[in-house]
Design a protein around this ligand. Structure first.
Ligand SMILES: Nc1nc2c(ncn2[C@@H]2O[C@H](COP(=O)(O)OP(=O)(O)OP(=O)(O)O)[C@@H](O)[C@H]2O)c(=O)[nH]1
Ligand SMILES: [Mg+2]
Ligand SMILES: [Zn+2]
Length: 387
């Protein structure tokens, strides 16, 4: 967990404290600070790699509007007037809360970022496992509203929902993917915690089957994304929780791949003491296939069928608790890695349907169990207390 006021850049993993603002067209940056002496905010030009220019920028910046109390000193955007030294002309510029390290890649931080204690959850898993789709599904306000119906006093408030009917696309290494940020709020709307769910490209976790250097892959250097994001420092101890995501319907020869993905994760991140969730996606496909129970010698008793989990079921305790137990049971029966991890402390398996595809357009209207892993994670981290 990062203390309120400390940020991790969702893209580059840089840890920083300042409220940094950037305007891309003008290529100028500034830091916003509060002066106790004057009781007011000020904005100073700031060039992270150029102390000289920071000291003598050749212009001054003035805030054109006061900072709202609700922004806790870190608004999403500010409007400033720039006045060149020796000139009386003032030019208005809008600046966005950004990462000082990778500002040139236009890394604008999500709304309300850096204001609350920040918990980091990292998603690992092979390509096409369903990582990005799950992140989209849990940011869907329609799904999240079911939590309110169940009567919980806390709300999850996602920074954005990339939308129904979006095309499925593989996450490119080096990008942020569908990284999701959400604020956990109480009934009065007060923020309690920020949650960063960091998506990664599946290519970071297992090379393609036909990669020429598959046997000698150097994961550590291949995945600089992953390395920066999980590197520990004095203020950041790596992700607070990990999810491994895999598809419930396997392509052939998949089982050794999922183990290699897990071993890669262990090599790249210190999992010691961190909770680990396994999310099997494509529950819809598994239910359609209704596989036989592996322990049934007659092969006629189904492990799961097309009605085992209802679409859009609610989140009341009496629904949630048995449903989570059943998911864990089924996944442990069905999946190598789940069986291997079964019984380890702080491990839990889930079976979800995030979306379905019509052509290659994803539809998120009829999810199954989709918030269960999130509820478990936040409960495990002590943010979302349930019995
Ligand atoms: N039917 C069904 N399709 C799903 C489900 N989850 C994901 N998909 C589809 O599976 C495909 C792969 O999903 P992604 O979310 O892109 O997978 P990813 O793990 O992010 O893959 P990379 O970005 O390549 O690492 C997409 O076409 C999704 O729409 C699900 O629960 N059910
Ligand atoms: Mg992806
Ligand atoms: Zn950055």
């Amino acid at each position: 967990m990062l203390k309120a006021g400390t940020c991790i850049c969702p893209r580059c993993g840089k840890i920083f404290r300042m409220a940094y603002y950037y305007n891309a067209p003008a290529a100028i940056g500034a830091r916003l600070s509060y002066s106790r002496q004057t009781g007011s905010y000020r904005v100073d030009p700031y060039f992270p790699d150029d102390p000289e220019r920071t000291a003598n920028p050749g212009f001054r910046l003035h805030l054109t509007a006061s900072i709202s109390k609700e922004d806790h000193g870190v608004p999403h955007s500010i409007t400033v007037e720039r006045q060149m030294d020796g000139s009386s002309v003032r030019e208005e510029i809008k600046m966005l809360h950004s990462c000082p390290e990778c500002r040139l890649r236009n890394t604008v931080l999500p709304r309300n970022y850096g204001i609350y204690p920040l918990y980091v959850i990292a998603l690992a898993g092979l390509t096409s496992a369903g990582k990005s789709a799950w992140l989209t599904a849990i940011s869907n306000a329609v799904n999240l509203s079911r939590l309110n119906e169940a009567g919980y006093s806390l709300r999850f408030d996602p920074a954005e929902f990339s939308g129904n009917n979006i095309k499925a696309e593989p996450t490119v290494p080096g990008s942020m993917g569908k990284t999701t940020y959400m604020v956990v709020r109480d009934r009065e709307g007060r923020g309690k915690a920020g949650i960063l769910l960091r998506d990664f490209s599946g290519e970071l976790f297992a090379p393609p089957e036909d990669a020429p250097d598959r046997g000698t892959y150097d994961w550590q250097s291949y995945s600089s994304d992953w390395a920066t994001f999980t590197a520990k420092g004095s203020e950041y101890q790596g992700p607070d929780l990990f999810f491994i995501v895999d598809s419930a319907v396997k392509s052939e020869n998949h089982s050794d791949q999922e183990m290699s993905a897990y071993n890669t994760l262990r090599m790249n991140a210190d999992l010691a003491g961190r909770p680990l969730g396994l999310i099997l996606t494509h529950a819809d496909k598994l239910m359609e296939a209704h596989p036989a129970h592996p322990k049934d010698p007659t092969g006629t008793v189904p492990l799961i069928d097309r009605k085992t989990f209802a679409v859009n079921a609610g989140y009341r305790m009496r629904q949630l608790v048995p449903r989570m137990a059943l998911q864990n049971y089924i996944v442990v029966q069905h999946h190598h890695l789940a069986r291997y991890l079964d019984g380890s402390k702080n491990c839990r398996a889930f079976l979800v349907k995030s979306c379905e595809n019509i052509g290659n357009v994803q539809n998120f209207d009829n999810p199954v169990n989709v918030l269960d892993p999130l509820i478990w994670a936040l409960n495990t981290l002590g943010i979302f207390p349930i019995e």
